[in-house]
Design a protein around this ligand. Structure first.
Ligand SMILES: [Zn+2]
Length: 320
């Protein structure tokens, strides 16, 4: 095999550009957090996936064999009020949750194809990996970094941070003492948690909650952060090369992923963390919660108050 030219990566974990060293010569395992399929993707979401498509293609171009895993979040991504995004989408559209997930997964794939991005090597769904997530909850409990209460299971952030002082907060730059001091009374189930910084890894389903699975703790569903820890471990191993995602996922999602991986096996998940920056629209982050989004199709057709004409998908890809 010919020599692969060295490449430098800006590693969010160290905050530095580093010469990339794969775990296995010539091969790379890369995990990128995929979309939550409860409504149409907007251009900000697409930008992250276009960025990682460029990275994926470049790594293959210089000679690496890359296993690129990008998940589909079809359960567990909670709204601020604690309602599952999938269940909420289902109720609004009067559809089965899986029908909603299917509809928006197909829509996402269509846009990714129009933007000329390559599909990942594996595209696992959170709902297809409930046993793996339940096993991980058990492993975290066995190692003493979680506690079960009233059918839900919470990750014990203060205990984990005390015993692993260099881990929690390193990726996102959060100071653990400040997190522990923060009051988050607006969040649901505060009374069940030992500490406000703790986060749910298994949630007992309420009567009206449609998406639910049996477990030793309750009929419930996994916490949002858990799927990526469980699926990256399953397809890339306990420690792998690159973990990517949008910059807004650094905290809490990625920080909690790191904690879960450490908490379940005592190992660091990815050696390199890469974050794509946020797309701005009129100076503000493009996000659904801000009501500040443009759909890719609107940009292609020009049918949006934000643009005066349509653009070719390749122009949009290049701009990203
Ligand atoms: Zn993720």
């Amino acid at each position: 095999m010919s020599e692969i030219r060295p490449v430098k990566i800006y590693n969010s974990l160290s905050g530095k550009k580093e010469v990339f060293e794969p775990l296995t010569p010539g091969r790379i395992g890369m995990y990128v957090c995929g979309p939550t399929v409860y409504n149409d993707v907007h251009l900000g979401n697409c930008r992250t996936f276009v960025s990682f498509d460029v990275i994926y293609r470049y790594l293959m171009h210089i000679g690496y064999k890359v296993r690129y895993v990008r998940n589909i979040t079809d359960v567990g991504h909670l709204l601020d009020d604690g309602e599952d995004r999938m269940a909420k989408g289902a109720r609004l559209d009067q559809l089965e949750p899986m029908e909603v997930a299917q509809k928006y997964t197909v829509g996402f794939h269509d846009i990714m194809r129009i933007l000329n991005t390559l599909p990942p090597s594996i595209e696992p769904r959170a709902t297809g990996h409930i046993p793996e997530q339940i096993e991980m909850v058990q492993a975290i409990l066995d190692r003493g970094y979680a506690y079960a209460i009233n059918g839900s299971v919470y990750f014990d952030v203060s205990k984990f941070a005390k015993e692993n002082p260099s881990v929690y907060g390193r990726l996102s730059g959060r100071v653990i003492d400040e997190l522990l001091a923060e009051s988050r009374e607006n969040l649901k189930n505060q009374d069940e948690k030992k500490h406000s910084a703790d986060f749910a890894i298994w949630i007992k389903a309420s009567e009206e909650h449609i998406m639910r699975w049996n477990s030793a703790w309750s009929v419930g569903f996994p916490g949002w952060h858990l799927e990526c820890s469980a699926m990256s471990t399953k397809y890339l191993g306990k420690t792998f090369d690159i973990h990517g995602g949008g910059g807004d996922l650094k905290f809490p999602h990625h920080e909690n992923e790191v904690a879960q991986n450490h908490g379940s096996c005592g190992c660091q998940p990815a050696n390199y963390w890469m974050h794509a920056n946020m797309l701005l629209l009129n100076g503000r982050k493009m996000s659904k919660s801000e009501g500040n989004t443009i759909a890719p199709t609107e940009l292609f057709t020009g049918d949006s108050p934000f643009v005066t004409k349509g653009y070719s998908p390749m122009v949009v890809n290049f701009l990203c």
